[in-house]
Ligand binder design. Structure first.
Ligand code: BF8
Length: 635
C-alpha cells in the first residue's frame, strides 16, 4: 500500500491528498506524524492534571510512582479522566439540544418568524409525553412544551421524562443501579464535581456517575435535540442524495456547511434557492449556488432536503484544498482549528457563526434564531462575491460521487416495514425471530487519522451485512459507508447475505440505514424500545440480538454515546485506543467485564474490523440463543 493509500481508502480523498502534498499544504495526517511519538502516559490515561500539585503520572510498569501527589492511584486517575470525557461529550450534545429547545421557545413566543412547527404530530406526541393537554391551540402547546423541555436541563427532582420511553425492565435496572438520569445539566455538573481533586476516589463509583451522565445525553439532551429538530425542521423521510467531494461543482458558487446544529444550515438551504441570490450568482459568472455539507450538519440537511454531502470528518480540509469552495460556514463541534490555515492557502472564506465557537482572525457573522434567514443570506452573498476570486488553475475537484438513500427514522422504520396504514415493528421483529435477519447493529462515530480513513467502518459494515445483520448508522460512519455505495438498495444484492437481501428487496431499502447525525443515535434507542414493545424479543433492550460499534472514533462525544449504549444494555465495541484507560487494569476489567453485572452490557476494545464483526456477530448469536430463537436462517 502506498503512503496515501494508508491514509485513506477513499480515492477522492487520495486524489486531494496528492494535491496537498504537491502544494505543500499540511493536513491532519501530517500533523499526526509530527506529533509522534504521542504521550504514552496520556494514551494510557495515567496523566493527571486535575490540580496544581501535578501534572502527575503513574508508571505503567509498576516500578516508578504508583500514586499522584494527592495519593490518587492509576484506577482513580484513569476513571476520573474518563468520566470527564463523558461529561464533555454529554455537554456538547446537550447544549445543542438546549439551543434547539430555545429556538422552539422563541418560535412559540413569536420572536422568530423564520421557523414554524412543521411536524404537528410529533409536537403532540411529545406534548402528551410531557403531560400537556393537547386540546388547545397549537401555539399554546408549543409554548408549554418548550418551557417543559427547557426545564429538563435544570431539573432538580425526579427523572428525565424521556427515560419513560425505555422498556420497564431497563428503567428498573437504572433504578437498581442508581443511574437513572435526573436533570441534564445536573448530571454533567455532578460528574465534573466528583472528578475534582479529592472527591470521588472509587473508580467504580466514578463510572456509575459517568453512566448516569451519559444517559442524560442519550435519553435527554440528544433525544431532545432530535425530536425538537423534527418538530421545527420537519421529520426526515427516505430521500436520495449524493456523497463525496465530487458533489462540489466547478461552475457553481460552492458553499459548504460544517458543524452540527442544523438551525442555521436549514436557513442556508433556503437562502441557496433564493431567486435574488441565484440571479446574483449568475451575474458573477456562476451557473448557480451549490450547497454541500461536511460532518453532522451535512447529515441533517441531507436527511431533510437531500443536500449533497462533501465528506466526513477527515475530509473537511480536503474540501477546501479542491480550490473550489467559496465559503465554509461553521458552527460548533468537530471543526478543526487548522481550517483557518488551510483556507488561507486558497480564496475560501471561513466564517464562524456561533458565539461559542470562534477562531482568532476569522470572520465571524453571528447567528441568532431571530434573524436566521438574514444571516444565512449574508453569508451566501459573501460566497457569491468571492466566486470571482477563485483561481481556476488551482481547482481540482475529484470526480467521485456516490448515490445514497438517507432519512430513516424510528417512525419510518415502522412505516416501511409495516406499511403506512398499519405501522408496526411486527415484520422487523418477525424477521429477527425467524432468523431471516440475524440481528441489528448500530455502527456510528468519527474518523481518526490513526486509522486508515473509512477502512474500519466499511470493512466492518460489509462483514455485518454479509452475515444478515441489518446495520443502522449515523454520523461520519454513515458517510463513510455511503461513499462506498452501501447506502443504496442495490447494495443488498452486492453485499448482503441472503436473508437480509430478501428483506431489502421486499421493502426496497438499503441493507444499511442512515438515521442521521450523532444526536440522532437517540433514534436507535427509541427504535430499540419499540422492538421490545412489539414483543417476542425479550423484555429489555439488552435482550435484543443487537450490538453497537464506533470503529474509528476520536471525539469525546463518541465516548458518551458508547456509555449510553452500554448503559442502555447494548454490547458496544470500540476501535482505536480504548479511551485511554488501559493503564488501569481494574478499570479496563470493569468496563469489559464488570459492567455486565450492573447494566447487562459491556464494552469491548478491538482494532481489527473483521474481528469487530466477529465479536458483534458472536454476541448477536448469544442473544438469539438466550431468547431460544433458531440460529440465523442462512448461516
Ligand atoms: O457528531 S461522528 S467526527 S461529526 S463526533 Fe464529529 Fe465524530 Fe463525525 Fe458528528 Ni459525531
Amino acid at each position: 500500500m502506498s503512503d496515501i493509500e494508508q491514509k485513506s481508502i477513499d480515492t477522492a480523498a487520495q486524489e486531494v491528498l496528492k494535491k496537498a502534498e504537491a502544494e505543500n499544504i499540511q493536513t491532519v495526517w501530517d500533523r499526526l506524524e509530527s506529533q509522534q511519538p504521542q504521550c504514552g502516559f496520556g494514551m494510557l490515561g495515567l496523566c493527571c492534571t486535575v490540580c496544581n500539585m501535578g501534572p502527575c503520572r503513574i508508571d505503567p510498569f509498576g516500578e516508578g510512582a504508583q500514586a499522584g501527589v494527592c495519593g490518587a492511584n492509576a484506577d482513580t486517575i484513569a476513571a476520573r479522566n474518563l468520566a470527564r470525557k463523558i461529561a464533555a461529550g454529554a455537554s456538547a450534545h446537550s447544549d445543542h439540544g438546549r439551543d434547539v429547545a430555545h429556538t422552539l421557545m422563541l418560535l412559540s413566543a413569536g420572536h422568530t418568524h423564520d421557523y414554524e412547527v412543521l411536524d404537528v404530530e410529533k409536537l403532540k406526541t411529545l406534548a402528551v409525553e410531557f403531560g400537556i393537554d393537547i386540546n388547545k391551540p397549537k401555539e399554546q402547546i408549543t409554548q408549554e412544551l418548550a418551557e417543559k423541555l427547557l426545564r429538563e436541563f435544570g431539573r432538580q427532582e425526579g427523572e428525565l421524562v424521556f427515560t419513560k420511553r425505555a422498556p420497564k425492565k431497563r428503567q428498573q435496572t437504572w433504578q437498581n443501579s442508581g443511574i437513572t438520569p435526573r436533570g441534564i445539566d445536573r448530571e454533567i455538573v455532578e460528574t465534573l464535581h466528583t472528578t475534582n481533586v479529592g472527591v470521588d476516589n472509587d473508580y467504580k463509583n466514578l463510572i456509575k456517575t459517568g453512566l448516569r451522565c451519559a444517559l442524560s445525553d442519550g435519553w435527554g439532551g440528544s433525544m431532545l435535540a432530535t425530536d425538537v429538530q423534527d418538530i421545527i425542521l420537519g421529520s426526515p423521510q427516505p430521500i436520495r442524495g449524493k456523497v463525496n467531494l465530487g458533489v462540489l461543482k466547478e461552475n457553481c458558487v460552492n458553499i459548504v456547511v460544517h458543524g452540527h446544529e442544523p438551525i442555521l444550515s436549514e436557513m442556508a438551504v433556503k437562502a441557496s434557492n433564493d431567486p435574488e441570490l441565484v440571479k446574483l450568482a449568475r451575474e458573477k459568472g456562476a451557473a448557480g449556488i451549490n450547497l454541500a455539507g461536511i460532518c453532522c450538519t451535512a447529515n441533517e440537511v441531507l436527511m431533510r432536503h437531500g443536500i449533497a454531502v462533501a465528506g466526513n470528518f477527515l475530509q473537511q480540509e480536503l474540501a477546501i484544498i479542491t480550490g473550489a469552495v467559496e465559503v465554509m460556514m461553521v458552527d460548533v463541534q468537530c471543526i478543526m482549528p487548522a481550517l483557518k490555515e488551510v483556507a488561507s492557502c486558497f480564496h475560501t472564506k471561513l466564517i464562524t457563526t456561533n458565539p461559542k465557537a470562534r477562531f482568532p482572525g476569522v470572520e465571524h457573522i453571528e447567528f441568532h434564531p431571530d434573524k436566521a434567514y438574514e444571516v444565512a443570506k449574508q453569508i451566501i452573498k459573501l460566497g457569491i462575491d468571492n466566486f470571482v476570486n477563485r483561481n481556476k488553475e488551482r481547482v481540482n475537484i475529484p470526480k467521485q460521487e456516490m448515490d445514497l438513500v438517507a432519512g430513516f427514522t424510528k417512525e419510518i422504520v415502522f412505516q416501511i416495514l409495516g406499511g403506512r396504514y398499519r405501522a408496526t415493528y411486527r415484520p422487523l421483529n418477525e424477521a429477527i425471530i425467524s432468523g431471516r435477519l440475524r440481528g441489528l447493529a448500530g455502527v456510528v462515530g468519527c474518523n481518526n487519522p490513526k486509522q486508515t480513513h473509512d477502512l474500519f467502518h466499511t470493512t466492518l459494515v460489509k462483514e455485518l451485512i454479509k452475515k444478515d445483520v441489518l446495520v443502522l448508522q449515523t454520523g461520519c460512519s454513515a458517510i463513510a459507508c455511503a461513499k462506498q455505495g452501501l447506502l443504496i438498495p442495490e447494495a443488498a444484492k452486492l453485499y448482503a447475505g441472503r436473508g437480509l437481501q430478501e428483506i431489502c428487496e421486499a421493502v426496497g431499502i438499503p441493507p444499511v440505514l442512515h438515521l442521521g447525525s450523532c444526536v440522532d443515535n437517540s433514534r436507535i434507542l427509541t427504535a430499540a424500545s419499540h422492538i421490545i414493545e412489539e414483543g417476542g424479543l425479550g423484555q429489555d433492550l439488552s435482550d435484543i440480538p443487537a450490538a453497537g460499534c464506533a470503529p474509528e472514533w476520536m471525539s469525546e462525544k463518541a465516548i458518551t454515546i458508547g456509555f449510553y449504549f452500554v448503559a442502555s444494555g447494548v454490547y458496544t465495541v470500540f476501535g482505536a485506543s480504548p479511551f485511554a484507560t488501559l493503564g488501569s487494569h481494574n478499570l479496563t476489567d470493569y468496563l469489559t467485564k464488570g459492567l455486565e453485572g450492573v447494566v447487562g452490557a459491556r464494552f469491548e476494545f478491538c482494532d481489527d474490523p473483521i474481528k469487530m464483526a466477529e465479536l458483534m456477530i458472536a454476541h448477536i448469536d448469544k442473544k438469539r440463543k438466550a431468547l431460544n430463537l433458531k440460529p440465523a436462517m442462512y448461516e
